[in-house]
Design a protein around this ligand. Structure first.
Ligand SMILES: *Cc1c(COP(=O)(O)O)cnc(C)c1O
Length: 354
C-alpha cells in the first residue's frame, strides 16, 4: 500500500508527560483511507489531524455502522518504539467489520498504516514510566443516505494520543457491580465485535453502577442472566481454588488481546485456565467460602485491573482484603515488562518500529 503524506504547517504543542489524561491530546497527524463500492480501498494518506466534514445524513450517525480498535506503542529504555501484537487488532477489526457488513481492511495494510503513522509521530511517544502512545483505528460508513442498507462508502482512520499510567499510584483495586437487569450482548448479536453500538447500549449500566458507588459493571449472559461474561471495556478472570476461570469466546464477549496474552502466560506458568461458563451465584458463594482468591479485569488501556469488591443484587463480597493479589501483580509486571521491552519476549509478541 502506498501512503501519501501531507505535511502540517504548524505542529501542535506537546502536553506535559506527567499529566497525560486518557484520550485528550491528539497528535499532529492521522491516517485516512477511503472505500467506495466498485473501487475498494483507495487514497491511503497521512494528513494533519483535524475535523472531518460529514453530511447530516451520514449513515453512521443514524444506523451506527462503526467499528474501532485500541492498541499502544511503547517507548523502550533504549529509546526504540515497539508495538504489541498489532496483527491481532487488525484481524479482530476484520471480524468486527464482517459482522457489521463493512469492508475489511487488509491485515498487512493495517499494520503498515499503524507503523508508518507511529513513525511520523515518534516524538509523541512518551518516555515517562508507564506512559505510551494509544492508537485508535476506526472505520465508519460515510454514505449520505437515510435508507437502511449496507453503505456504499466508508472511511478507515487512525488517530493517536499519548496516555499516562492508568493508575497514578500503582495497581488500584476497583469495585464492580454485577448488572442483573440490562444486558450487553446475546449470541448472534455483536458482542464479539468492537463497535460503538455495544458501548452505546452499555452506558446506562455504567451510570447505574456509578450511582451506587461502583466503578464498573460486570455483565451477565444476555439469555439467562446467570453466567459472568465481561466488564465494561475489559475481559475478566477469576482465581478460585488455584484455578483460573474466564468466559469462553462464543460470540458474546470481546476476544481481548490482553485476555489471550494473560491466558498464554498463565498456562505457561502451569495454571489451569478454564474458559467456561461460571454462574454468578457460584462465584459469590466461592467469595463467601473464602475460595475466590483473586479477580482481575484485562484490557489494553489498564493492562490489568484488580477487583476488590463484587456486588450482586444485595450480596457483597470483598476479594483478597481489597488488595491487589499476588498473581494479578505478577501478570501485570510480566506483561508490562514485555510491552515496554524490559523482559524477554519469548512469544514473539512485540515488533520494533524503525
Ligand atoms: C477492547 C475491549 C476489551 C479488551 O480487549 P484488549 O484487546 O485486551 O484491549 C474487552 N472488552 C471489550 C468490550 C472491549 O471493547
Amino acid at each position: 500500500m502506498e501512503i501519501k503524506f501531507e505535511k502540517r504547517e504548524q505542529l501542535k504543542e506537546k502536553p506535559d508527560q506527567k499529566n497525560l489524561a486518557f484520550g485528550k491530546y491528539m497528535t499532529d497527524y492521522m491516517f485516512v483511507c477511503d472505500w467506495h463500492e466498485g473501487q475498494g480501498w483507495h487514497d491511503a494518506r497521512i494528513v494533519p489531524e483535524g475535523p472531518i466534514p460529514m453530511e447530516p445524513s451520514c449513515m453512521t450517525l443514524h444506523y451506527a455502522q462503526e467499528t474501532f480498535e485500541g492498541l499502544k506503542a511503547y517507548r523502550r529504555d533504549d529509546g526504540k518504539i515497539q508495538l504489541f501484537r498489532p496483527e491481532m487488532n487488525a484481524k479482530r477489526m476484520q471480524n468486527s467489520n464482517a459482522r457489521l457488513c463493512m469492508p475489511e481492511f487488509p491485515v498487512e495494510d493495517f499494520v503498515q498504516a499503524v507503523r508508518e503513522l507511529v513513525k511520523v509521530e515518534q516524538d509523541w511517544v512518551p518516555s515517562e514510566p508507564n506512559t505510551s502512545l494509544y492508537i485508535r483505528p476506526f472505520c465508519f460508513a460515510t454514505e449520505a443516505s437515510l435508507g437502511v442498507h449496507q453503505a456504499v462508502a466508508y472511511k478507515f482512520i487512525i488517530i493517536c494520543c499519548p496516555v499516562g499510567a492508568y493508575y497514578a499510584t500503582g495497581l488500584n483495586p476497583v469495585k464492580i457491580m454485577v448488572e442483573d437487569e440490562l444486558v450487553r450482548a446475546v449470541r448472534g448479536g455483536t458482542g464479539f465485535t468492537k463497535c460503538g453500538g455495544n458501548y452505546a447500549a452499555s452506558i446506562l449500566g455504567q451510570v447505574k453502577a456509578e450511582k451506587l458507588g461502583y466503578d464498573q459493571v460486570l455483565w451477565l449472559d444476555g439469555e439467562t442472566r446467570t453466567y459472568v461474561e465481561e466488564v465494561g471495556s475489559m475481559n475478566i478472570m477469576f482465581k478460585i481454588d488455584g484455578e483460573i476461570y474466564t468466559a469462553p469466546i462464543e460470540g458474546t464477549v470481546l476476544p481481548g488481546v490482553t485476555r489471550d496474552s494473560m491466558i498464554t502466560l498463565l498456562r505457561d506458568w502451569g495454571y489451569k485456565v478454564n474458559e467456561t461458563h461460571l454462574a454468578v451465584t457460584d462465584l459469590m458463594k466461592a467469595g463467601h467460602d473464602g475460595r475466590l482468591e483473586e479477580v482481575f479485569g484485562t484490557g489494553t488501556a489498564a493492562v490489568i485491573s484488580p477487583v476488590g469488591e463484587l456486588r450482586y443484587k444485595d450480596d457483597v463480597v470483598a476479594i483478597n482484603d481489597e488488595k491487589t493479589g499476588e498473581l494479578t501483580q505478577k501478570l501485570y509486571d510480566t506483561l508490562t515488562g514485555i510491552q515496554w521491552g524490559k523482559l524477554e519476549d519469548k512469544f514473539g509478541w512485540t515488533q520494533v518500529i524503525d
